[in-house]
Design a protein around this ligand. Structure first.
Ligand SMILES: Cc1cc2nc3c(=O)[nH]c(=O)nc-3n(C[C@H](O)[C@H](O)[C@H](O)COP(=O)(O)OP(=O)(O)OC[C@H]3O[C@@H](n4cnc5c(N)ncnc54)[C@H](O)[C@@H]3O)c2cc1C
Length: 407
């Protein structure tokens, strides 16, 4: 019998294992994939954005909104510094880009190897290709964990199975079933940090377009969230970090049957009047050019043409021949282009899960279950989702370290 069985050899499980094994606990990680940290290899486009120096509570959310402030008991202003130091001591120095931290090598694999080697160095055991199917408490400090191959026995249990996002990388939602099995509840779970779909006419033409702007999500005249940066147009709808950050809000509203509108401002640096004035100036300085060619100086040409099409303005018209009313309408559309959101891209393409085990069921000073003492729950399995930028991994490391240093 080992001291601790950790279900899931991902971000939170590995860090928990390092902390616990480093304190002399005999640990066994059971991982269903062929290797540990499979998802970590894919993070940050293979570079692993593992933390963010600009961390604040506004970067984190819970589906159970009333427990959101509790996240601050785990994520503090020190979290990033301590995580950076943790990895530095494992031989993974960080580089920073606008607050985002990455391993200096630019390779997620370096970080996974460091985690796994440290864990083994402390005597931790890792068994891959082991899918945990069943958990039974035989006594207060005797737990039987059964995989498709055999049963293992431990005194304490850690569930670090992740959520449901990108199930091909391991986290297939089975952790929720295990948690339910031991008495926990699970909130509605929705894909987050993913693209949004729409059904606008002729949208396919915009595939591949990228432009900077501000995107805001509205429900019935209520602003839900907004973010600025690069907006990417795809055949199915919209994508990119800005959209990813809005996606959880869209998912929650659509789940409740509420219509959601995405409003994009492609000219945050201008007022509508200033943009109209710009176009009027263009009539004077190069009135002989077509409206489309001038407008394409402001926006990617496919998007410029699409907006003209929406207004029914012929794109071959010389700009000098365009009426003031048309210029104003064009400026207004560039400042406020709205589409109806029909859905989210789904768990297969999401980076994270919104929802999970409610925080009120966890003692956050130790990560121990309030429902089943002796069981600890970590990472994305819990009802916490962060914005893009290293915040989700930071949550995984912090919950893993917290539990590992207490078990
Ligand atoms: C493509 C992609 C890119 C991302 N990029 C970033 C980024 O740059 N920065 C960032 O902060 N976040 C990023 N994330 C999110 C981040 O990777 C996750 O939030 C984080 O890995 C969650 O950690 P975790 O330990 O809770 O779960 P995971 O890291 O998902 O680990 C869970 C592990 O448990 C195993 N498991 C599940 N069920 C069982 C079972 N029944 N038996 C045995 N094993 C089981 C899984 O195989 C998996 O290895 C990204 C996510 C994706 C999908």
């Amino acid at each position: 019998m080992v001291d601790v069985i950790i279900v899931g050899g991902g971000a939170s499980g590995l860090v928990c294992g390092i902390e616990a094994a480093g304190r002399g606990r005999r640990c066994l990680i059971l991982e269903q994939k062929e290797k540990a940290g499979k998802k970590l290899y894919a993070t940050g486009n293979g570079r692993c954005n593992f933390a963010n120096r600009h961390v604040s509570l506004s970067c984190y959310h819970s589906v159970c909104e009333e427990t959101e402030p509790e996240i601050g008991r785990i994520i503090t202003p020190k979290s990033c510094r301590e995580t950076e130091e943790f990895f530095r001591k494992l031989g993974i120095p960080a580089v920073e880009r606008e607050g985002y931290l990455y391993p200096r090598s630019g390779q997620a694999g370096a970080l996974v190897h460091a985690l796994e080697q440290a864990y083994r160095e402390y005597g931790g055991e890792l068994r891959c290709n082991e899918t945990v199917k069943d958990i039974v408490w035989l006594g207060e400090h005797e737990i039987r964990v059964t995989t498709q191959n055999q049963s293992y026995y431990g005194k304490r249990l850690v569930l670090a199975t992740g959520g449901m996002a990108s199930p091909n990388l391991g986290s297939d939602g089975s952790g929720y079933q295990l948690a339910r099995h031991i008495g926990h509840t699970v909130t509605t779970c929705l894909p987050a940090l993913c693209g949004l779909t729409c059904k606008e006419p002729g949208w396919n033409r915009l595939q591949g377009v990228r432009t900077k702007g501000m995107a805001a999500l509205w429900r019935d005249g209520v602003l839900l969230c907004r973010d600025s940066g690069e907006i990417q147009f795809t055949g199915y709808g919209v994508s990119g970090i800005v959209i990813f950050n809005l996606s959880r809000y869209a998912g929650i509203e659509l789940e409740h049957g509420n219509p959601v509108t995405l409003l994009m401002d492609f000219f945050p640096e201008y007022t509508k009047e200033a943009l109209t004035e710009q176009l009027k100036q263009m009539q004077k300085v190069c009135g002989y050019r077509t409206l489309l060619s001038v407008w394409s100086g402001y926006l990617p040409d496919k998007l410029a043409g699409y907006l003209l099409g929406r207004l029914g303005i012929p794109d071959t018209l010389p700009i000098a021949a365009v009426t003031l009313k048309q210029l104003k309408a064009l400026a207004a559309l560039g400042k406020s282009f709205s589409i109806s959101i029909t859905g989210e891209k789904g768990f297969s393409e999401a980076q994270v899960t919104a929802g999970g085990i409610p925080l009120k069921e966890i003692q956050l000073d130790t990560m121990e279950s309030r429902i089943r003492p002796g069981c600890y729950l970590l990472g994305e399995l819990l009802d916490v989702d962060g914005c893009c930028g290293g915040y989700n991994l930071l949550w995984a490391w912090e919950t893993g370290r917290r539990a590992g240093s207490q078990i």
